[in-house]
Design a protein around this ligand. Structure first.
Ligand code: BMA
Length: 307
């Protein structure tokens, strides 16, 4: 039995494997939102030549998915966008009738953050990169804060990044980004002692912004990825009200322990319905699973297990 806190894993996990796309070596760390009468997603597909691509997908219930066999083709007003590079780890946020997504671009100068919009998951419009190298984790808040678009992100290096703190930045127009504030960093000798990074788009709750994030510990065998939770101030989200000392999810199941990168639970999207959060997370860089928690229990856990 897994060491479960407030999240209960779905019995049919993993819900998405490489079988879903013909050229996939693995499908993991992906972005999912409610869309129309069902759900839509942008999936990280590591292909059999190890090109990392993003594919759109649709689902009626959020569990059984149809994922396009071909990667997303971006449109842009600027012929220099998009650059040709591997793309991975998308995060999706709905603002009004538009879905904004960020992801990591493996540019030749190092990982940086891409940004695009879609309204229908068929046409994708890529904009200027919000963040230059080196950075590989970024998510957009679901509304403007103090009149500006806002992101959480984690500057990195060109390798596997043995460090990492979270920052908050804002933009009036989604092109010019600034006012960078430190949010929080690593913690002691714990599951979040090597690096931390933002997961799904923050969710607005009575207390502020509920954030699910990943934390990494370095053992003698390499990195292990865990899931934690925090609550950030509503108007000044760089101020941390609560941040869990205990993890919310740890790699304990065989599909989380065994894969291309062992011992990874990587939270990347969350859908809240009827007081329940369904968390989508990448497992061992191989497949995707879900776990559910009652919002009341989750918020209570974050408040009472806080540092
Ligand atoms: C992310 C990505 C992956 C990596 C993973 C663990 O930040 O960079 O390529 O293996 O962390 O899922």
């Amino acid at each position: 039995m897994a060491n479960e806190t407030v999240f209960k894993r779905y019995k049919g996990n993993p819900i998405i494997t490489a079988q879903a796309v013909p050229r996939a070596n693995s499908i993991h760390n992906s972005a999912i939102v409610p869309f129309g009468n069902g759900f839509a997603g942008i999936f990280r597909v590591d292909e059999i030549d190890f090109n990392f691509t993003m594919h759109a997908g649709r689902s009626k219930d959020g569990i059984k998915w149809e994922i396009d066999p071909e990667p997303i083709k971006m449109e842009s007003n600027d012929p220099e966008i998009p650059i040709k590079a591997r793309t991975y780890d998308p995060r999706l946020t709905q603002i009004g009738d538009t879905y904004y997504f960020t992801w990591c671009i493996d540019s030749s100068q190092g990982p940086c953050i891409g940004l695009a919009t879609t309204k229908d998951f068929k046409v994708f419009h890529q904009m200027e990169n919000p963040l230059p190298p080196t950075n590989r984790n970024c998510v957009i808040f679901p509304r403007k804060i103090d009149g500006k678009f806002a992101i959480l992100h984690r500057p990195s290096d060109r390798g596997h990044t043995p460090f990492g703190d979270m920052f908050y930045s804002t933009s009036p127009d989604l092109v010019h980004w600034g006012c960078h504030r430190f949010v929080f960093g690593t913690l002691g000798s714990s599951w979040q002692s090597t690096k931390i990074g933002p997961g799904p788009a923050p969710i607005e709750i009575e207390e502020g912004w509920l954030l699910i994030y990943h934390g990494v510990w370095t053992s003698c065998n390499g990195y292990l990825y865990y899931t934690g939770g925090a609550i950030l101030d509503r108007e000044k989200p760089w101020k941390v009200l609560y941040r869990t000392k205990d993890y919310l999810l740890a790699p304990t199941e065989h599909y989380e322990r065994v894969g291309d990168v062992p011992n990874v639970v990587f939270p990347s999207s969350a859908v809240v319905n009827d007081g329940v959060m369904r968390l989508y997370y990448g497992c061992a860089d191989t497949c995707i699973s879900i776990a559910e928690a009652k919002m009341k229990d989750l918020i209570g856990f974050i408040k009472t297990r806080s540092v």
